[in-house]
Design a protein around this ligand. Structure first.
Ligand code: BGC
Ligand code: CA
Length: 330
């Protein structure tokens, strides 16, 4: 009896040892740590890895593709079982795929969508994200709904919306398609959009604030009827600039509707204070969980069809966007 017990104990010890030696290591490459949305995303991935008992390590690409390439090489040399990559430059994804392919490990891209032909060049390459056009459409609809509910928002009474556009980093699918589809959505709602100024503020709050300060000085806040920002950080930068001109401080007569995308906590806060009109939820919790679940299944030989997220074309997991407004804005 005692012998059996000792044998069982030995087995348990050996088993638990092998289990930890086999622990799935995930190498996660983030384009830049200092990005409010990617911080949310990173936290969601860490939480999901912990749930699954996988080990995830995040590397900060510092907005530099060369730095990120080196981090990928290092992860591969360290023996990670799978890579999750938020490319600095999505057009450089082929190089990343080539590295993963040479090491025969799967790669799950997130947030920055590689061109289709690049993703298709490796059967173990996937993309987890959200459809950029959807967020653009929803942001545009929030603005159009506001104009329909508040005729006085058309300050110069011309039936058109004179708007300012703040764009994210050049080449990002969310910069290109959000810009395009938010304007399109206003048109589709039967109102003519008129772009009076636009600039690239690189997803960044400070840059957006400086640009918006310059725009309000040049144009006059009374001549701006809406601000459309490709993300919340830039929307919040615009709000700061408007507040410098004594706009968006609670007086309805000195107010410019501002929309963003992401639904960051700071944006929801600004909405509650009446400083910002609305945003679109960019669901980092679900995107992060899906990316890690997929990576884990790929690395452990599990069934990718049973992770609880639909995989389209054997390649894509799409997480829906969702409009967020305060009731009284409608
Ligand atoms: C988010 C931005 C973020 C960017 C990073 C976008 O999907 O809306 O807030 O800066 O991704 O790639
Ligand atoms: Ca107008």
């Amino acid at each position: 009896m005692r012998k059996v017990f000792i044998l069982a104990l030995t087995f348990l010890l050996v088993f638990s040892f092998t289990a930890s030696a086999d622990e799935i290591k995930i190498g996660s490459c983030i384009y830049r740590f200092n990005d409010a949305f990617m911080l949310r995303f990173r936290n969601a991935m860490s939480a999901e890895s912990e749930k699954l008992g996988a080990k995830i390590e995040h590397a900060d690409g510092q907005d530099n593709q060369i730095t990120q390439n080196e981090q990928i090489d290092k992860f591969i040399a360290d023996g990670v079982k799978v890579l999750i990559v938020n490319p600095v430059d999505r057009m450089s994804s082929q190089l990343i795929i080539d590295k993963a392919k040479a090491a025969n490990i799967p790669v799950v891209f997130i947030n920055r969508e590689p061109p289709e032909e690049i993703l298709n060049s490796y059967e173990k390459a996937y993309y987890v994200g959200a459809k950029a056009e959807e967020s653009g459409t929803e942001a545009g609809q929030i603005i159009a709904d506001y104009f329909k509910a508040n005729p006085a928002a058309d300050k110069n009474h011309d039936g058109k919306i004179q708007f300012v556009l703040l764009k994210g980093q050049n080449g990002h699918q969310d910069m290109i398609l959000r810009s395009k589809y938010s304007v399109e959505a206003i048109k589709n709602a039967g109102i003519e959009p008129v772009e009076i100024a636009s600039a690239i503020a690189n997803w960044d709050k400070l840059q957006a604030m400086q640009i918006m300060n310059a725009f309000t000085m040049a144009i006059g806040p009374e001549n701006i009827e809406a601000v459309i920002a490709n993300n919340d950080e830039m929307a919040l930068g615009a709000v700061e600039a408007l507040k410098n001109s004594d706009y968006n401080k609670g007086d309805k007569n000195f107010y410019i509707p501002v929309v963003g995308v992401d639904a960051n906590a700071s944006a929801l806060d600004a909405m509650n204070k009446g400083e910002m009109l609305g945003t679109v939820l960019n669901d980092s919790d679900n995107q992060g969980a899906a990316a890690v679940k997929l990576a884990y299944a790929l690395a452990s030989g599990g069934d990718v069809k049973s992770i609880g997220y639909e995989i389209t074309d054997n390649k894509y997991i799409w997480i829906p966007y969702q409009k967020v407004t305060r009731g009284e804005n409608k």
